[in-house]
Design a protein around this ligand. Sequence first.
Ligand code: ADP
Ligand code: F6P
Length: 322
Amino acid sequence: MKHIGVLTSGGDSPGMNAAIRAVVRAAHHYGLQVSGIERGYQGLIHNHVRPMDRRSVSGIINLGGTILHTARCMEFLEPEGRARAAETLARHDIEGLVVIGGDGSYRGAMKLHEEHGIRCIGLPGTIDNDIGGTNFTIGYDTALNTAIEAIDRIRDTAASHDRIFLVEVMGRNSGYLAMMSAIAGGAEEVLVPETESSVEGLIERLRAGAAKGKTSHIVVIAEGEECGSATDVAEKLAQKSEFTDPKVTVIGHLQRGGSPTAFDRILASRFGVRAVEALRAGETGVMVGVRGNQMILSPLSDAWEQHTRFDPSFTELARILS
Ligand code: ADP
Ligand code: F6P
């Protein structure tokens, strides 16, 4: 193998730049040519490919976002789109691809591998930390720290005004980020899709807290929670209880930006180098991951077939500490 490509796809996450840097520098270290593909699969279909030398990734390890840009690409869902993507790779003599993104991006990579024989390696980048095959994804740690900084600030004003705040945390269908934000932020309550929850139960627990002398409450709500969004829960609380004026904060895309933490930079650097080494060794259809501080490779399908979930003991931990 002489020439590899790298792209970022799906939702961006802090640390993606550190991963691109590691892929590019590792490729040059091993004497491989490397090209960056802009805007994920969209750039692959539309031939937005540029060579990357060692200097092209200088000064980016500390930057959030992705210098290659990212996209969600509907054309790639169709076989014709993937055929055009394969043509672009052939035109540039790119023999292997590192796909930095979440499980959706890996489904695409798997098809590119199966339908066109392109060697593909997945590198887990998402703030949701829900991908199987790895304990941690790049961006999760940074997003968690952003969320708890927000919760810490909210606590100041919540306590001063004796108020209830409902704080909505991202995670798509996963409550991992929300649960850890609640524990690290010392939230009184947490609603996540993994555990059964109702507004009635929340009201009971808020009342019990008030009876014990709590004058303010922070409730962390995962965005995929079945009770609805933080705004929905606020409306229900106001209708069904004496807690008539809950304040809502949606942290939203603030969680996706910012300079990556040291943890994410190191993880991204290790993933990037391991991904290039795996391509060189002839691997394909696999993703890099970390388990017990060891770099591992797993089938790409593990990403969506064995979603990472938080250990159920965290639910009890949050209850004990509230
Ligand atoms: P993430 O990688 O963060 O999970 P998405 O689920 O949005 O993000 O997927 C990113 C892109 O990967 C999609 O826009 C699409 O181009 C491609 N993709 C996702 N699922 C598939 C699929 N089943 N087949 C082919 N391509 C897919
Ligand atoms: O997968 C990362 C993520 O930030 C999810 O937590 C969230 O549900 C989604 O992406 C938001 O996507 P978009 O930026 O397209 O609104």
